[in-house]
Design a protein around this ligand. Structure first.
Ligand SMILES: [Zn+2]
Length: 273
């Protein structure tokens, strides 16, 4: 009888402690599991398509009256450009360098909301005189791909490139030496175009140049491999998409911004594609 009472007391204590353990230990453990599941969702799976818009601009200035309609598409006047920057910032877009965007994509981390890259092709002088003062006013980063072998009055000078690089708001990348229809060139000429464009900027800025902006957006797998072997890590196309394949940073998508385009509407539209 005595043992029976002791057994009941023991069983009671055992059950009570089991219940208490469930309440105070087991349940919090379960919460931790849910939390870490949530954290995993903050990463992106390899092979995922990622919405990471890269905008392309060429000239920020009023086009000449003598230019045809097609050429005018590459010109956005200063006032409209400032409005684009204002509206992007108002809609919480966060401008980063293309290299920073690529680092996020490579890491598999979830991209911060509304990350965007603003790029300028060819490096015409109006970037220095018209675009940069606006970008600097709003503290906005941009990536510029100058044609370094084109030494004419209308392009950025070596001094301007150095000054912009020192300012910290502009990242430079290669647009080759002289902007040829590169896929149509012989292998050795392709090599020279890629290498001279890279070497020139590396020597001028004393830093590694790892981004290649394909002239006219032309590329093929062999050119990509040649660029990779040379030390390029990012390749920029010129197509109609803001979606990136994180497994293939040698084919990052970009979309050209035409005059009179509602950039926010365009971004919203492309996000759904
Ligand atoms: Zn170009």
């Amino acid at each position: 009888m005595k043992y029976k009472i002791l057994f009941i007391i023991f069983a009671f204590l055992f059950l009570t402690s089991a219940i208490i353990w469930q309440m105070f230990y087991y349940i919090p453990q379960k919460n931790i599991a849910i939390k870490s599941e949530g954290q995993q969702k903050q990463t992106i799976e390899l092979g995922d398509r990622v919405f990471a818009p890269i905008l392309v601009f060429h000239h920020i200035k009023t086009p000449s009256r003598f230019l045809g309609k097609l050429a005018n598409n590459f010109f956005i006047d200063t006032e409209s450009f400032e409005k684009i920057i204002q509206v992007l910032l108002k809609n919480s877009y966060q401008p980063v360098f293309v290299s920073e965007m690529a680092t996020y994509l490579k890491s598999g981390e979830k991209l911060p909301d509304n990350l965007i890259a603003i790029t300028f092709d060819d490096g015409s002088e109006d970037f220095y005189t018209n675009a940069y003062p606006i970008l600097a006013k709003y503290n906005v980063k941009s990536s510029v791909y100058p044609i370094v072998g084109a030494h004419t009055d209308n392009f950025l000078t070596a001094e301007q490139i150095v000054e912009l690089d020192k300012g910290g708001l502009v990242e430079f990348g290669s647009h080759t030496w002289s902007h040829q229809y590169i896929t149509r060139l012989k292998k050795e000429d392709q090599y020279r175009e890629l290498k001279s464009g890279k070497d020139y900027l590396e020597k001028l800025l004393n830093k590694k140049i790892e981004t290649l902006c394909y002239p006219f957006g032309l590329y093929d797998k062999e050119l990509e491999q040649m660029a990779l072997d040379m030390g390029y890590k990012i390749g920029l196309k010129y197509n109609y998409s803001f979606w990136q394949d994180q497994n293939n940073l040698m084919e990052m998508s970009r979309l050209g911004i035409m005059p009179n385009v509602d950039v926010i509407k365009l971004l919203d539209k492309m996000r759904k594609e």
